[in-house]
Design a protein around this ligand. Structure first.
Ligand code: COI
Length: 329
């Protein structure tokens, strides 16, 4: 029987893994530990490995290869945490999953509305019985121009969701889609910076998208622009963003991701120091809504992540074509 090692399994995933494993007729070796050279035993006797967001460096791939691992699947959309190029060199296929795009797309629109309606301030003030209208006047989305950078599945779904609000939508991507053109106008980044009241990012973490939001691009944006990042922390130069929020060049931001979030998000730091000064500064700002990379987190998405990841491992082990493979044939 095929056996798949599952790393970083959360409590809420365990039952789903068991159910899908049973349904697909595969045995699983499940651990809550993240993958490392110290816990190779978890993958002993397995032919494939399923991981989530923690790093999978070359040394670990070499060790797994030695043990007979023939496929690695990350149950995430982003796969920058896996050294997929090295995996290709040693002949291990790496795959990702594309779960329901509605989960992040709906969260994005929620965050956008919360930012323009100053919801963080309204809610925190309500907690202390301050029901005054001071500094909580918002703006209407329908009168704004929204820029969507990245029109993959998530960006396209954001555009679809936004189309009901009546705002003007500009889009940018290296690949333009006909379906998107019906609802938004593709344009270059310079135009997005110059004309948009809100800019939302839905691009992967690539060298080309590193610090897309920088001192330089921020200076070109409309004063008071609202920035939404539900994609990857590396898209925004955090220091430059803080300066722009302090000067008022950026009017508000909603950030589900942040540079250097990896060692902090999904941990409980209640009685500890995060030692991330930028995070502390940003989360103290009334106009910055921070969430700990939870945009993906719905019943539907978690089910998809597990099902598709196991399916992907099985396809690789059975030698069938796997459309989810990210590191070539
Ligand atoms: C992804 O799927 O790429 C995500 O960002 C969600 C992940 C953190 C679980």
């Amino acid at each position: 029987m095929m056996k798949i090692a599952v790393y970083s399994c959360r409590e809420d995933e365990r039952e789903l893994f068991e159910a899908y494993g049973r349904q697909m007729g595969v045995a699983l070796s499940v651990t809550e530990e993240k993958p490392s050279l110290e816990n190779l035993d978890v993958a002993r006797g397995c032919q494939a490995v399923c991981v989530i967001t923690t790093p999978v460096p070359a040394e670990l791939l070499d060790a797994w290869k030695e043990m007979g691992i023939r496929a690695v699947s990350t149950r995430t959309v982003g796969y920058e945490h896996v050294d997929w190029k090295h995996a290709r060199e040693i002949g291990i296929p790496v795959s990702n999953v594309s779960y329901t795009p509605h989960t992040v797309a709906e969260y994005t629109v929620m965050a956008m509305l919360m930012a323009v309606r100053r919801m963080k301030t309204i809610v925190t003030r309500y907690q202390v019985q301050d029901y005054s209208l001071l500094k909580v006047r918002g703006r209407e989305l329908c009168r704004m121009t929204v820029g969507v950078v990245g029109t993959g599945q998530i960006g396209e779904t954001v555009i679809r969701n936004l189309s009901g609000f009546g705002c003007r939508i500009l889009a940018n991507d290296v690949c333009e889609k006909e379906a998107v053109k019906e609802l938004a106008a593709y344009t270059d980044l310079e135009t997005i910076w110059r004309e948009c009241d809100i800019v939302t990012f839905h691009t992967p973490a690539l060298p080309e998208t590193y610090h897309l939001v920088s001192r330089e691009s921020l200076a070109k944006m409309k004063p008071g622009v609202v920035l939404i990042n539900m994609a990857r922390g590396s898209i925004i130069d955090t220091e430059a963003l803080i300066e722009a929020l302090e000067s008022g060049q950026v009017g508000a931001a909603a950030l589900d991701v942040l540079e250097d979030e990896g060692r902090i998000y999904y941990q409980d730091y209640k009685y500890d120091l995060t030692r991330n000064h930028d995070m502390a500064v940003l989360s103290g700002m009334p106009n910055v809504l921070m969430t700990p990379h939870t945009a993906f987190f719905t019943d539907e998405a978690v089910g998809d992540m597990i099902r598709y990841s196991l399916e992907s491992c099985i396809a690789e082990l059975e030698g069938r074509p796997n459309p989810r493979r990210v590191n070539g044939r």
